[in-house]
Write a protein that binds this ligand. Structure first.
Ligand SMILES: [Zn+2]
Length: 325
């Protein structure tokens, strides 16, 4: 199949056309499929797809969500699950079952949820011709333009292009942070203040959430919702406003409750990476909460020992933020 064929396919995706539900912003159509394809183009741009297999990964979910939030379709939750499943009907997108799961996949329906689908499939594959086309930036640029021009109102075009550029830059930044963390050079010579905040935030988050495998470093919670959303955020140990340091060793993956508790100085770590809890947690009117039970427990993660937090950062947090009494 030629490029021309896929331009036609991308321009004629089947989508829900309920005008009561979908406004002119998304050309009166459900935007799920074009947004998923934009996210897939970004994975190709990162060189993340070295084989023809698109996994339904938390990373893909995050990129899809970033696009979704740019579009903000009225009164609709954006779940990646529906387009990931229903793109099959377009002819170029094929779900690849785990060996032995073919018949279970045949009767699967998306209301069973994302993790149920992930137990049945390895991912999606594209037509081989399309896969090879998307490995070149010219083809990606052409198809990205088709998707944006066809399915979105003109006022969104620049925003969606910009999101693609931010995604690419954030990926680049995350790779640089990892490389720096694995080299002996202590200080970076690059001027991080010149990097746009959305790129920094997204790049830092990408490194931290992956390093800790979506697990909270204090309580160990690891939740991925039915839509593939993760419970953890990337926290700076010494805040960015003070340190201007996105080194992964100045970061922790924390769930929202632990993040708040950490920022309020109610928990911290010892030099030996053990959780320390503030006496304030035990005082009235607080109930003896589950947070107190973490005292003395080891920090959970990261999987790569080289990314464990700087002791200097932890000391700073203990001295400047933690309530030791
Ligand atoms: Zn937690």
């Amino acid at each position: 199949m030629t490029m021309e064929h896929y331009i036609q396919r991308f321009a004629r995706l089947n989508a829900n056309k309920n005008r009561k539900m979908w406004t002119a912003v998304t050309t009166h159509r459900a935007p799920h499929k074009p947004l998923l394809l934009l996210a897939v183009l970004d994975l190709f741009a990162q060189d993340s797809l070295t084989t023809n297999l698109i996994e339904l990964s938390p990373e893909l979910v995050e990129i899809f969500d970033l696009y979704w939030h740019k579009v903000r379709p009225p009164s609709q939750r954006g779940s990646i699950l529906y387009p990931f499943y229903y793109l099959q009907s377009e002819g170029f997108w094929h779900l690849l079952p785990h060996p032995g799961q073919e018949s279970a996949l045949a009767v699967y329906r998306p209301n069973a949820g994302l993790s149920a689908l992930n137990t049945l499939i390895l991912g999606a594959t594209l037509d081989d011709d399309l896969y090879w086309l998307l490995c070149t930036s010219e083809s990606r640029h052409l198809l990205r333009t088709v998707l944006i021009d066809t399915y979105f109102a003109p006022e969104l075009h620049a925003l969606l292009l910009e999101q693609g550029a931010v995604n690419a830059a954030a990926y680049q930044y995350s790779q640089e942070l990892l490389t720096k963390a694995h080299t002996v050079l202590k200080e970076s010579t690059q001027e991080v203040n010149d990097i746009p905040p959305p790129v920094r935030d997204q790049g830092f988050r990408r490194v931290i959430v992956r390093a800790y495998d979506h697990r909270c470093a204090i309580c160990g919670v690891r939740i991925l919702t039915a839509d593939g959303h993760t419970a953890v955020a990337a926290a700076h140990i010494i805040p960015w406003s003070v340190s201007h340091n996105d080194d992964p060793r100045n970061g922790l993956a924390l769930c929202h409750l632990c993040h708040w508790t950490f920022d309020q100085g109610l928990v911290t770590f010892s030099d030996q990476y053990q959780v320390k809890t503030s006496p304030q947690l035990a005082s009235t009117p607080n109930l003896p909460g589950h947070l107190l039970t973490f005292a003395g427990r080891p920090l959970i993660g990261p999987m790569d020992e080289a990314l464990r937090p700087f002791v200097d950062s932890i000391r700073w947090h203990r001295q400047e933020v933690f309530h030791g009494r």
